[in-house]
Design a protein around this ligand. Sequence first.
Ligand code: ACO
Length: 428
Amino acid sequence: MADTLTITDNRTGKQYEVPIQDGTIKATDLRQIKVTSDEFGMMTYDPAFMNTAACKSRITFIDGDKGVLLYRGYPIEQLAEKSDFLEVAYLILFGELPTTKAHEDWARDVTLHTMLHTNLAKLMEGFRHDAHPMGMFISTVGALSTFYPDAKDIFSPESRRLQTVRLIAKVPSISAYAFRHSIGRPFNQPDNDLSYAGNFLSMLFRMTELKYTPNPVLERALDVLFILHADHEQNCSTSTMRAIGSSHADPYSALAGAAAALYGPLHGGANEAVLRMLHEIGSINNVPAFIKRVKAGEGRLMGFGHRVYKSYDPRAKIIKRMADLVFDVMGKNPLLEMALELERIALEDEYFVSRKLYPNVDFYSGLIYQAMGFPVDMFPVLFAIPRTAGWIAQWEEMLNDPDQKIARPRQIYLGHGPRDYVPRERRK
Ligand code: ACO
């Protein structure tokens, strides 16, 4: 017998059998529950989508209580140790790890699309000298839709594949241009002999040398950070990507919107907020007083807590280990000591323990980025580059899902009933 949920409506005494599938009921099955036939029917109220599955997905699995993160079934720990970002992007986008030939073809395709159109570079030059790189990233990705109008053909698999390659290839170039603009240095052209992360480092940091050789530890660290950030199922930015994509906008416009959602301090801006917080605290001696203020509700311990993880974020564990390797090359970040002390106290404190607040991916990532020479403004951009793979995969899945339609939540209207217009001179 199929699983069902029996609902009794006390207003009418009627009973309803609602099918249960995959541990969920369909919200639209509740619409049959009404007192009179002309009513709209029962809805659910779920601000911030705390308990609503908006899609079926086969991309990323998270068990927040156990601290498990899988991409297409593969544990994040194994991917971070054994794989590289381009391979992980392929896995997320196309569902399986690539064969040697598929990996070579994929890497070559991406490499051949890393250059930016000259006019796109001119557009970026038009930003103010102190423009935030994430603002530049969002605008420039949006502008890509005007360079590639063929992207509107969203129901063509060939067109989608081409835009996918373009996006994966060009987001590091756009990001590096944004960085170079913000420090007043000329743009560096991509170097196709280097790896994905190595080429990005070259576009960022190459000066007058003819050939830039990335430090292998930093190159690998950046690649692992990219792997850790490649997807994270239905978070704020991914839901935005799906919502914009559901109106059949082109992928560049949808991705610009997703990146804008990532820009907020509660999402992709959190690691920037962590560093600001550490600077504000100022010294390890001030940590207990800071924790006290957080517990009194006078601010949050940034980089702690997560909507889904109610245990140690598995990505934070990997990053914490990697931080040591980066600090060996670049020297210790003086803020690290303070971060470790904050973590130590918070993990022993009843306030944080009872609320299941643990370090998330952003708690240590900012320290690593800073040690690698990135200004804090670049942090959300460094997040957006790898997340592009996840956003596109989720967009593609949404477009191919026959259950999906244009995203359109309902509301509970609590405002005025109909009333007559009052001329301005008679208003009080
Ligand atoms: N510091 C102190 N208290 C916190 C924190 C924190 N970082 N996070 C949550 N809490 C407290 C809340 O005050 C609340 O306490 P209460 O029950 O006494 O009112 C309780 O924990 C639950 O918090 P919510 O805000 O309901 O949790 P939610 O799931 O909505 O928020 C979020 C998750 C936004 C990540 C939150 O933990 C937060 O603001 N963290 C700091 C910002 C941050 O690090 N964001 C990065 C997230 S990871 C990412 O986007 C890649």
